[in-house]
Design a protein around this ligand. Structure first.
Ligand SMILES: Nc1nc2c(ncn2[C@@H]2O[C@H](COP(=O)(O)OP(=O)(O)OP(=O)(O)O)[C@@H](O)[C@H]2O)c(=O)[nH]1
Ligand SMILES: [Mg+2]
Length: 329
């Protein structure tokens, strides 16, 4: 056995024994962009794959300030009290800008992060949404192999990352603020459509009546949409993450979702579709990298692009010429 192989075997062993340090090191390995690391990461993933999949994967999204971190802390603690082991991952392609990440503010999940049954990992820094999503997906598999049976994938609800998250989870949960009307218009319709459950947070104190109104509005809005599942109608819940109210009820509803969709084979089928889509995503991304890496393509790219800009060359012709250069041996 080579040194590399025995190091991978050690990581696999550690993960099977639920050793957090092995898990953290394995995630660091899959996050690396070095070619040799990538090869090792592929070997590692192949070995842990049979141990993965035994979790409920939940995506959690919402605008900045809606209370995602507070919710995850409170929800995560509830899950742990029910005997679950919870891993929290994040997709945040903006983290390259800030240098931090949405899970960087660990202070807000201080209690959860101290639990033996919880594992919190910030978003990998840098890269495209596709790159960050790939690494988060792989981290999810590693967490499952390490015995975490609920995986929470957090993302800030400002753009495309919700779609990326919904493509890797079993259930998508959208946190909303207790204000209807204009707010409702502000939420992109496409994102509401991704939600299996809408949660109006901050339903406490003075905000309680507004939260109830908002919940009714969202309920009506969801009623107008065609449900994506024949076994589940998206529901609206209210909670106060800050005061730990409504959290247990949300978990009960999620368990109902799981048992219904599991019994009807829907989650299993969804995962199969997601895996195949993931494979094609990888192919596209890798092809593009290889394309841009090829020296013949690189040297012609600038000229072709300016010819297209000047209108001297049809875009399709430029693309075909470049692809010819790419496929030349
Ligand atoms: N009243 C009330 N305030 C809350 C509740 N949940 C969160 N907050 C407050 O709302 C603010 C934002 O909460 P966070 O949990 O940091 O929100 P977030 O969605 O993680 O925000 P970003 O990380 O910036 O995207 C904090 O001041 C929280 O204390 C709640 O249930 N009720
Ligand atoms: Mg946060």
């Amino acid at each position: 056995m080579t040194k590399e192989n025995s190091r991978i075997a050690q990581l696999v062993d550690g993960i099977s024994q639920r050793d957090r340090r092995s898990l953290a090191r394995a995630i660091t390995l899959i996050e690396s962009t070095r070619k040799d690391h990538r090869a090792n990461a592929d070997v590692l993933l192949e070995q842990i794959l049979p141990q993965s999949g035994n979790s409920l994967r939940i995506g959690i999204s919402g605008v900045p300030g809606v209370g995602k971190s507070t919710f995850i802390e409170s929800f995560g603690m509830h899950l742990i009290s029910q005997g679950h082991r919870v891993a929290v991952l994040a997709i945040d392609p903006s983290s390259q800008r800030t240098g931090g990440s949405i899970l960087g503010d660990k202070t807000r999940m201080e209690i959860l992060s101290r639990q033996e049954a919880a594992f919190i990992r910030p978003s990998p820094a840098g890269g495209t949404l596709g790159g960050v999503a790939r690494r988060t997906r792989e981290a999810m598999l590693l967490c499952e192999a390490a015995g975490f049976d609920v995986i929470l994938v957090e993302t800030v609800g400002v753009g495309q990352s919700e779609t990326a998250v919904s493509e890797m989870v079993d259930m998508f949960l959208l946190l909303l603020l207790p204000s209807g009307g204009d707010e409702l218009q502000g939420i992109k319709k496409g994102i509401m459509e991704l939600a299996d459950m809408v949660v109006v947070n901050k339903s406490d104190g003075d905000l309680k009546p507004a939260a109830s109104r908002a919940a009714a509005e969202y309920h009506a809005a969801l009623g107008l949409m065609r449900p994506s599942s024949s076994n589940w109608k998206p529901t609206v819940k209210k909670c106060s993450a800050l005061h730990d109210e409504g959290i247990a009820d949300i978990w009960l509803a999620i368990e109902e979702f799981r048992s219904k969709l599991w019994a009807s084979n829907e989650i299993q089928e969804k995962r199969v579709r997601q895996s195949v889509a993931w494979m094609w995503g990888e192919i596209k991304e890798s092809l593009l990298v290889a394309f841009c890496d090829k020296s013949e393509v690189r040297s012609a790219l600038g000229k072709m692009e300016s010819s297209v800009m000047d209108g001297r060359l049809a875009p399709a012709t430029a693309a075909r010429k470049l692809l010819e250069l790419f496929s030349k041996a």
